[in-house]
Write a protein that binds this ligand. Structure first.
Ligand code: PSU
Ligand code: MN
Length: 299
């Protein structure tokens, strides 16, 4: 594992750091928007006072703090793997390149002693889980990692209620960044009530949790900025169309999330991508503010 010199310096100085994932680059968005977005997200982290650490695997090397060139290389590369925690070793042993999911990124961020992580949306319990057993590794990993993850809730391609229930079962604390309702990625609404907090309160809760040695992540839900919200019912129509096609094509497992994202991108004529970019940038802002509180409290 290689940690970039910038990130090493920040770690040594106790400066605020925000980890960023790469599956969103390799499997979540088309080129070149994936690379542009990844670089913009890093700028937002910088702008709000923290150091970005984009995490991924290039030719078998785990990198904490990819350079701009490395992000570009990963974003352009064909045949890149999508790795959850269990497959990190495969990519490394075989010298392959990979985007790290929320699970793999949380695992690696914790190893590098990074406390805050920003993403778009985490994986979750899929619709029709009774048939497919498809529950993202992200949820199990978050139960075990001592990290704060900022996301726009979970996508409504998933079963949102079941995902929230599962997070409770697994002991992942859900907090709302200045909101009292769990967001569903493209929409600020779900009807599910959560505890609203400020960045300062997140840091206090993190400290208390640490003192009590309560394991598991804190999931900070930050809703999509209002002007980019997509009407819930319109989204439902698009999602159902994509889900239907997925069934017809027989897509399962790892392919599910990337397929749905790219189909919804096409069906929505790019509107879903615009929303996705807006919310990830806002999550980077919130994560940067939280990381500063964490650092200034010496946590
Ligand atoms: N949600 C998004 N965009 C993404 C992902 C989730 O809006 O790109 C990625 C994340 O990296 C997440 C992964 O960890 O998909 C989950 O994949 P799966 O459902 O196969 O566990
Ligand atoms: Mn899955």
């Amino acid at each position: 594992m290689r940690i970039s010199s910038k990130v090493i310096k920040a770690l040594e100085n106790g400066d605020p750091i925000v980890a960023l994932e790469t599956t969103i680059i390799t499997h979540g968005m088309p080129y070149p928007q994936n690379v542009e977005t990844a670089l913009e997200v890093e700028s937002v982290v910088n702008e709000y006072g923290s150091i970005p650490a984009t995490i991924g695997i290039l030719d078998g090397e785990i990198i904490i703090g990819l350079s701009q060139d490395e992000i570009e290389t990963l974003g352009k590369k064909k045949d890149v793997l999508k790795v959850s925690t269990r497959e990190i070793s495969v990519a490394v042993a075989k010298g392959l390149s990979a985007g790290t999911t929320v699970s793999a990124t949380s695992f690696l961020a914790e190893k590098a002693n990074i406390k805050v992580f920003a993403t778009g949306g985490i994986g979750g319990v899929h619709r029709e889980v009774n048939e497919t057993f498809d529950i993202s590794r992200d949820l199990e990993e978050l139960a075990e990692r001592n990290i704060i993850v900022v996301s726009s809730g979970v996508k409504s391609i998933l079963d949102v209620e079941k995902t929230v229930e599962y997070l409770e079962t697994k002991g992942v604390l859900i907090l709302g960044y200045k909101i009292d309702e769990f967001p569903t990625f493209y929409s600020r609404k779900s009807g599910i009530k959560i505890n609203p907090v400020t960045e300062n309160e997140v840091a206090k809760i993190f400290r208390t949790k640490k003192l009590l040695k309560v394991p598991g992540a804190i999931l900070v839900a930050n809703p999509i900025p209002e002007e980019f919200e997509i009407d819930y019912n319109t989204m439902e129509i698009w999602i159902n169309e994509a889900l239907q096609e997925m069934k017809e094509k027989g897509i399962t497992g790892k392919g599910v999330t990337p397929f749905l994202l790219s189909r919804i991108f096409e069906i929505s004529k790019g509107k879903s991508l615009e929303a996705n970019i807006a919310l990830i940038k806002d999550n980077a802002r919130v994560a940067s503010l939280i990381a500063r509180e964490i650092a200034s409290n010496g946590l």
